[in-house]
Design a protein around this ligand. Structure first.
Ligand SMILES: C[S@@+](CC[C@H](N)C(=O)[O-])C[C@H]1O[C@@H](n2cnc3c(N)ncnc32)[C@H](O)[C@@H]1O
Length: 247
């Protein structure tokens, strides 16, 4: 049986050595839910020719599932060199040497502009939200890390590329961030899950509509308060630990 980490505190998720230590012991773990639960939501955005980037692959099976589902041009990154080594070995042992796995920071994506059709992440950006400080006055560092990640994703996406974010972050809190004026993408979402609801945000570059700009203006005034509410009402550690115990 896989080792569980029910006593992890959310703040540890921001510490790269936490992940290295964890991945040196843990062979396989799927955060939130596995691919079978949301396959129907992401397959419409893929073709066999899509070039895909996965942010923060950890030891998830998602890249392998995508590959077996017909999308073979996949690059995975993770900040943890141990996660990367383990994933490379695992994929090699399964004959999936085409999937590229690189150590990289999602805040500084080491890729050319406009080189991916689809960027996907599951639970990786959520890590950035665990150290927001005073919920009534989130640290500028939190906002700046999230924006650095999103700007990088937007940059590496092709002109009509798609970013898919799978998270428990609720729409009234995530949409204002995704809809920041820096981005040309449209923002749509749906959810899956039973006990817990997970959200799948689909952001299509170059398809922002003036309607979204109008919505954003309506959102901008209470933006900080909404964001604080999220940090208070959604306890990342609780959600993650409960999920781990239920898995
Ligand atoms: C909550 S886990 C999610 C793992 C995987 N996506 C899944 O669904 O099972 C977060 C992952 O993000 C990685 N990570 C954390 N910060 C990162 C960063 N700045 N850049 C790239 N990966 C990062 C961690 O090493 C870890 O593998």
């Amino acid at each position: 049986m896989e080792e569980r980490h029910p006593t992890s505190t959310a703040l540890e998720y921001l510490n790269p050595s936490y992940w290295d230590e964890r991945f040196s012991k843990e062979e396989k773990y799927e955060w939130f839910k596995d691919y079978s639960h949301f396959r129907h939501l992401i397959q419409p955005h893929l073709t066999p020719h899509s070039s895909v980037l996965e942010l923060g692959c950890g030891n998830s099976q998602m890249s392998e599932d995508l590959y077996k589902d017909g999308t073979t041009n996949i690059t995975c990154i993770d900040l943890s060199s141990i996660a990367v080594d383990n994933m490379q070995k695992r994929l090699l042992s399964r004959g999936l040497r085409d999937i590229k796995v690189l150590q990289a920071d999602m805040l500084e994506l080491p890729f050319d502009d406009e080189c991916f059709d689809l960027v996907i992440e599951k639970g990786t950006m959520d890590v950035l939200f665990v150290d927001s400080g005073d919920p009534w006055n989130p640290k500028p560092e939190t906002i700046s890390k999230v924006m650095a990640t999103l700007k990088g994703v937007h940059r590496v996406l092709k002109a009509n590329g798609t970013f898919i974010s799978i998270t428990f972050g609720q729409p009234h809190f995530r949409r204002p961030i995704f809809n920041a004026a820096d981005f040309s993408w449209s923002v749509e979402y749906t959810s899956f899950g039973e006990t817990f609801h997970y959200f799948v945000y689909v952001l299509k570059k170059g398809q922002r509509s003036s309607y979204e700009d109008i919505q954003l203006k309506r959102f901008e005034a209470p933006r900080i308060n909404l964001f604080h509410e999220e940090l208070e009402s959604e306890d990342f550690a609780f959600r993650i630990n409960v999920d781990e115990l239920n898995n």
